[in-house]
Write a protein that binds this ligand. Structure first.
Ligand SMILES: [Zn+2]
Ligand SMILES: [Zn+2]
Ligand SMILES: [Zn+2]
Ligand SMILES: [Zn+2]
Ligand SMILES: [Zn+2]
Length: 448
């Protein structure tokens, strides 16, 4: 007979066994029979999976928590930590990789955690100077200021500074050669920074530095004068120039048609006319080449003397009332003439040049001048033609520049004297012997 079986099971847990109890029931003869059999189900054990990791913030510690999927049992295991670090550089990040290792039921579990180590950035060193180029007089110099990273050596910055050219440092100019009044010179200077830098420039000629004009020969109405000036830089630089002849106004000679204003005796003629010592032979003629008579010479001297009264002379050929009578009287009375004889004066006789001079010499003697003379007539080729009695008078005349000779070499003592020559002798006699005023002073007396 077959029994009816029932069973009742208690499931095993992780830690506790379970069982199934079987019960067999059989009815027989109204009797019921039963039996029981128990089957044990062993505990299943926990079923842990992968753990949950729990890291400290700084990754210095970690633990692993295992949880049973069946019963929720938790087991915490402390892990051991290992780490491996790749250091950061200036520009690249580094990292530390932490590895946690937990051993649980003879099984090893690992977990990794990575921490970033940021790049450090460069570290600037002290600035360094490089590529230094010294400036010269004319060219700029420069240098670089460079900063390197002290860690990786990378160049972090480079700045170029320009140092301006120094310019030349010139010495003073030195003349070489110095300029003169008329020639340019040159001068040189040298750079103190570099003696090969030399500059040369031309110095213009100085030009003369003239002093004031000084009269050498003054000009008058008859001739131009001359003046000179001397350069203050060099006294051998001398300039001469002509002083123009003065304008000749109120010329007393101008009225005479027979006198050229360029005649050599013009000045003397002006003098004797202005002083009233000679006159023309007419209103507009002077007769400069006319011969001089003895009466004329005596008259001239008489006028110079101022026409004083004198006793009548003993000369029989001097006509009473003639234009020369008073003059002859005066000359005879004062030893200016002795006549050609005791009784004859010969008023119309021409006078030679030596005779003319003798008249003036005797008059000078009469006036108290020393007429003794030294020297010689030798320079004149015809000196021996002078009459012995006239030699002293000629020497005196030469010494006092009353006669200049007809030429440079001839005196012509026996030649007849002309009216123009008489003018010259009077003029020089008045100035050189008597010290009378010049024509200029007579014609244009100073105001005041
Ligand atoms: Zn469990
Ligand atoms: Zn660096
Ligand atoms: Zn220089
Ligand atoms: Zn000069
Ligand atoms: Zn004149």
């Amino acid at each position: 007979m077959t029994a009816t079986v029932t069973s009742e099971t208690v499931k095993p847990t992780c830690t506790e066994d379970g069982k199934t109890v079987y019960k067999a029931t059989a009815a027989f003869r109204k009797e019921t029979y039963a039996d029981e059999k128990e089957v044990i189900h062993p505990a299943t054990g926990h079923s842990y999976g992968e753990p949950e990791w729990n890291w400290a913030d700084d990754c210095s510690t970690a633990d692993a928590t295992f949880i049973c999927a069946a019963c929720g049992d938790k087991q915490r295991v402390k892990a051991t930590i290992a780490s491996e670090t790749a250091a950061p550089t200036c520009t690249e990040d580094g990292k530390t990789v932490y590895t946690a290792t937990a051993i649980f039921y003879e099984k090893t579990y690992k977990s990794e955690q990575t921490k970033l180590l940021p790049a450090t950035g460069h570290k600037e060193g002290e600035p360094k100077t490089e590529n230094e180029v010294q400036p010269t007089c004319t060219k700029d110099g420069s240098y670089d200021t460079v900063v390197y990273c002290t860690v990786c050596g990378e160049e972090l910055s480079r700045e170029t500074t320009v140092v301006p050219a120094t310019g030349h440092d010139w010495s003073d100019w030195t003349a070489d050669p110095a300029p003169t009044c008329t020639e340019a010179g040159s001068e040189t200077r040298v750079c103190k920074n570099d003696p090969t830098h030399v500059e040369t420039r031309e110095v213009p000629a100085l030009g003369h530095d003239w002093g004031d004009w000084e009269v050498v020969t003054p000009a008058d109405e008859y001739r131009s004068g001359e003046e000179r000036r001397v350069c203050r830089n060099d006294e051998s630089h001398v300039e001469m120039r002509t002083i123009p002849q003065l304008p000749h106004e109120d010329c007393p000679t101008a009225k005479f048609r027979d006198v050229d204003k360029d005649a050599w005796y013009h000045e003397s003629l002006d003098y004797v006319l202005a002083a009233g010592m000679m006159k023309g032979i007419g209103d507009d003629t002077f007769d400069p080449d006319g011969l001089v008579t003895r009466a004329m010479v005596v008259t001239v001297l008489y006028r110079i003397e101022g026409e004083p009264d004198a006793p009548k002379s003993s000369f029989k050929d001097v006509l009473a009332g003639s234009w020369y009578e008073a003059a002859v009287n005066w000359a005879a009375a004062n030893g200016v003439t002795f006549g050609v004889s005791k009784t004859e004066f010969a008023p119309n006789e021409p006078v030679t040049r030596e005779q003319m001079v003798a008249f003036f010499c005797r008059y000078a003697q009469f006036k108290g001048f020393d007429v003794s003379a030294n020297g010689s007539l030798e320079p004149f080729a015809d000196a021996d033609k002078v009459s012995p009695w006239a030699v002293d008078a000629m020497l005196w005349a030469k010494e006092n520049e009353l006669v200049n000779g007809m030429t440079d070499t001839l005196l012509l003592p026996k030649a007849p004297g002309s009216r123009s020559q008489l003018c010259a002798v009077i003029h020089r006699f008045c100035i050189n012997i008597l010290g009378m005023p010049s024509y200029e002073d007579i014609a244009h007396p100073q105001d005041e």
